[in-house]
Design a protein around this ligand. Structure first.
Ligand code: PEP
Length: 256
């Protein structure tokens, strides 16, 4: 079992040429780490996935997607199914990112259907949850997180949860350059751990709980050292190989 998962969410960035170069750079450097202890995932735009897979498939990097649709096929113009992502060698799929919830009106029930489709295809999910600034200010953070987890994970069994990684991403910290404080990270991750230990008595203690929201090379040593933080989901800094590699290096140092 890896101590940390370090995952990059590239969002809608890079041309395919630039994306392949970034992935190659990351893979080359990660492959030089003897005895790699962290799981490294990059989630580029859909159009880059297969080209990047072909570049990194012999490396220690896994490739993921940033979204999927829950239907298998049919008249759903513009959507991409889990089967299609599996066919291009995707191993992880991010669901429930706050940008999808906000701009594309994704509901917890949509996300639940996506997770079920991912499980059917035996791929891994990275489920994002997190409160807005308004919700944090009015003291409803943990009600919001509970509702998101209850509804997104409805009817997910103890066996199935082993294939799901959770990313706690306070919406107000995403892309703002201001991460949650160490106390806020600790409080949220301790809360999630106890939620999962109650809901899944066997698997709960081992579920990966990632932090996301302006995680970078500077704050990674403090954030990844927090108990119950099992890695990071990284946006902006994942597009800069030196920064992403520095976060990986921090994870490796904390793994010994
Ligand atoms: C994200 O988009 O998941 C994210 C955490 O972005 P950033 O690291 O840029 O805040």
């Amino acid at each position: 079992m890896n101590k940390f998962i370090i995952a990059g969410n590239w969002k809608m960035n890079t041309t395919i040429t630039d994306g392949v170069e970034i992935a190659k750079n990351i893979a080359l450097n990660v492959d030089q780490i003897a005895n790699l202890k962290s799981k490294i995932i990059i989630c580029p735009p859909f159009t880059h996935i297969y080209s990047i897979f072909k570049e990194v498939c012999k490396s220690k990097i896994s490739v993921g997607a940033q979204n999927c649709y829950f239907e298998q096929k049919g008249a759903f113009t513009g959507e991409i199914s889990v089967d299609m992502l599996k066919a291009v060698e995707c191993q992880y799929i991010i669901v429930g990112h706050s940008e999808r919830r906000l701009y594309f009106k994704e509901s917890n029930s949509d996300i639940n259907k996506k997770i079920k489709a991912i499980l059917t295809n035996k791929l891994n999910t990275i489920l994002c949850i997190g409160e807005t600034l308004e919700q944090r200010k009015n003291g409803t953070t943990f009600d919001v997180l509970k509702k998101q987890l209850d509804e997104c994970l409805a009817d997910i069994s103890e066996e199935e949860i082993k294939n799901i990684v959770i990313a706690y991403e306070p919406v107000w910290a995403i892309g703002t350059g201001v991460s949650a404080s160490i106390n806020e990270v600790k409080e949220a991750h301790d809360w999630m751990r106890s939620y999962f230990e109650k809901k899944y008595p066997n698997a709960g203690k081992d579920i990966y709980l990632l932090y996301g929201g302006s995680l970078n090379d500077k704050n990674a040593p403090e954030i990844l050292a927090v108990e119950n933080v099992n890695g990071g989901l990284i946006g902006g800094a994942a597009l800069v190989p030196e920064k992403f590699l520095s976060i990986i290096d921090t994870a490796e140092k904390l793994s010994v």
